[in-house]
Design a protein around this ligand. Structure first.
Ligand SMILES: [Zn+2]
Length: 429
C-alpha cells in the first residue's frame, strides 16, 4: 500500500510543507489568473506577506458565484493547452465549465492513485466502475485514471443497467465496486428478484461516492446499514468535487476521508469566514495545489463537515473529514431546530414503504422554513403517517408534513429536463 511520505509526518511538518506549496501558488495566481490578480489588487494584498496558513485568512474567500459569473477570469492557460472540458452545476442553474490541461489530468490521476491506495486498493484488484465516464463529468474519468495508474483492473459498465452489472460481475469477477451507495440496494433488489446469489459473488468492497454512508460518529448511517445488513462488503466513503479536483477517501479504519496535503489546503470556516475549532461543523474551504488551468484560492465549497486531527490507525497523520452533514445553502431552521436535508433523507431511507421522495422547502407567513415531504410508495406494506412522524420526532426532534404519492409520479418530479442526478430537494424560499 502506497502512502506518500508527507502523510506520515506530524501535523506541524505537514503545515510547513503546505506553506511552502502556498508560496509557489500565490505568484502563479498573480501572474496568470485575471480573477486573483484583480482580487489581490483590490484588497491591497502583498502576496509576499502571506507566509503561513493563518495568513490565508487575510485573503477574501472565493464563492461559487464568483466562479459562475467570471469563469474565464479563472483560466490561467492559453485555450490551446486545454485537453478536457468538464462542467459542474453552478448556483444560477447554468453549468460552470472547468478546463483541464495535460498536467491537470496527470494530477487527477495521481490524486485518485493515492486516494485508492488509502482505501487499500492494490494492483491485483479489479473494480467495476458504476459511474459515468462521459456527460462532461470529472468523477468517472478521475477514477479510471487513478485505477489505471495503480495498475488495477477496470470494468467500465457505467450507472444503472443492473442486468449488465451482474453479467459483468459473473464474467470478470471484480472484487470492488465504485458507485453511488444508494444504487447498491437497487442492485440487491434486482439480484433477489432474479435469484442471483450476490452474497457469494467476487465483490468484497465498494468505494461509495456522492452520498454519506456514515453518521458523524462514523457508525454506518441508515443507507450504510441497509447495504451491509444484506451484503457483507466493506464500504469506503469518498468525498470529492470538480472544483477541488481532489478526493478525501477513507482508509480501512473508516474514520473519515483522509486529507492529502500534496493536493489541497483545506480550511473549515464559520458563517463569518473564520476557522472553526475541531468538534464544530465548518464549511469546507479549499485551495488547490498543483492545478495548472483553473487553480482556486480559498474556494468555499458549500459543504459542511466536522474535521478530526488525531492520528489514524493506518499510519497517516493527516486530518480526516467526517461525512458531509449538508450544504450551507440548504440549511433549514425548522421549529427551532437546525436541520440539513441529509438528516431527513436518513430517516426516510429507514422507512421501508417509502421508495423515493422529494423534500420541498418554502417560507411560511411567519418568515420561517416550512418543510413538505412528498413520498412515493410502492408495493411494500404502508406505514401510517403517525408512525412516520414519530420516527422523525425520535431522530430529529421535529416532524415535517408528509404527503403520499405514487412512486412513478415522484420519479417524474425527480428528473425534470433530463437532469443527470435526481432532484430530491426543492428550495422555494
Ligand atoms: Zn487512516
Amino acid at each position: 500500500m502506497y502512502i506518500p511520505e508527507i502523510e506520515t509526518r506530524s501535523l506541524s511538518e505537514i503545515k510547513l510543507f503546505q506553506e511552502k506549496r502556498l508560496k509557489e501558488l500565490l505568484p502563479y495566481l498573480e501572474e496568470h489568473s485575471a480573477f486573483y490578480k484583480a482580487l489581490f489588487k483590490k484588497n491591497r494584498i502583498d502576496i509576499s506577506e502571506i507566509n503561513t496558513l493563518e495568513d490565508l485568512t487575510r485573503i477574501p474567500v472565493t464563492t461559487k458565484d464568483d466562479l459562475q459569473s467570471r469563469t474565464d477570469d479563472f483560466l490561467c492557460v492559453d485555450k490551446r493547452k486545454i485537453i478536457d472540458y468538464v462542467t459542474t452545476s453552478g448556483t444560477l442553474g447554468e453549468p460552470v465549465t472547468f478546463a483541464m490541461t495535460n498536467s491537470d489530468l496527470d494530477r487527477l490521476a495521481y490524486n485518485e492513485y493515492i486516494s485508492f491506495s488509502c482505501a487499500g486498493v492494490e494492483e491485483e484488484d479489479v473494480f467495476q466502475l458504476m459511474v459515468t465516464m462521459d456527460k462532461r463529468f470529472m468523477a468517472g474519468l478521475a477514477y479510471y485514471l487513478g485505477l489505471r495508474k495503480l495498475g488495477a483492473g477496470i470494468i467500465r459498465v457505467g450507472p444503472g443497467l443492473q442486468e449488465l452489472q451482474f453479467e459483468s460481475i459473473r464474467r470478470y469477477n471484480p472484487n470492488g465496486l465504485i458507485t453511488v451507495p444508494s444504487f447498491i440496494p437497487k442492485l440487491i433488489d434486482y439480484a433477489e428478484q432474479n435469484e442471483i446469489d450476490y452474497k457469494s459473488s467476487s465483490v468484497k468492497k465498494a468505494v461509495c461516492i456522492g452520498e454519506p454512508i456514515r453518521n458523524n460518529d462514523f457508525t454506518l448511517n441508515t443507507l450504510g446499514k441497509k447495504i451491509t445488513d444484506k451484503w457483507d462488503i466493506q464500504l469506503y466513503s469518498t468525498y470529492a468535487s470538480t472544483e477541488m479536483g481532489t478526493a478525501f477517501t477513507e482508509c480501512d479504519a473508516g474514520k473519515g476521508g483522509h486529507h492529502h496535503p500534496e493536493m489541497i489546503i483545506v480550511e473549515f470556516l464559520d458563517e463569518n469566514d473564520q476557522p472553526v475549532a475541531e468538534g464544530e461543523p465548518g464549511e469546507v474551504t479549499i485551495t488547490t495545489l498543483g492545478v495548472e488551468a483553473m487553480p482556486l484560492l480559498r474556494f468555499k465549497t458549500g459543504d459542511i463537515c466536522y474535521h478530526h486531527t488525531e492520528p489514524c490507525s493506518c499510519g497517516r497523520n493527516t486530518i480526516r473529514l467526517g461525512p458531509v452533514i449538508g450544504r450551507k445553502q440548504q440549511m433549514l431552521k425548522f421549529k427551532g431546530t437546525t436541520l440539513f436535508p441529509p438528516a431527513i433523507y436518513d430517516v426516510l431511507n429507514e422507512i421501508e414503504c417509502i421508495e423515493n421522495y422529494i423534500i420541498e422547502v418554502s417560507t411560511n407567513d411567519l418568515g420561517t422554513d416550512e418543510i413538505l415531504i412528498k413520498a412515493g410508495c410502492g408495493q411494500k406494506k404502508p406505514v401510517s403517517e403517525k408512525t412516520i412522524k414519530d420516527h422523525f420526532r425520535a431522530k430529529l426532534r421535529v416532524a415535517p408534513e408528509i404527503v403520499f404519492y405514487d412512486k412513478k409520479e415522484i420519479l417524474k418530479l425527480q428528473f425534470p429536463n433530463n437532469n443527470r442526478k435526481p432532484v430530491t430537494f426543492i428550495d422555494n424560499r
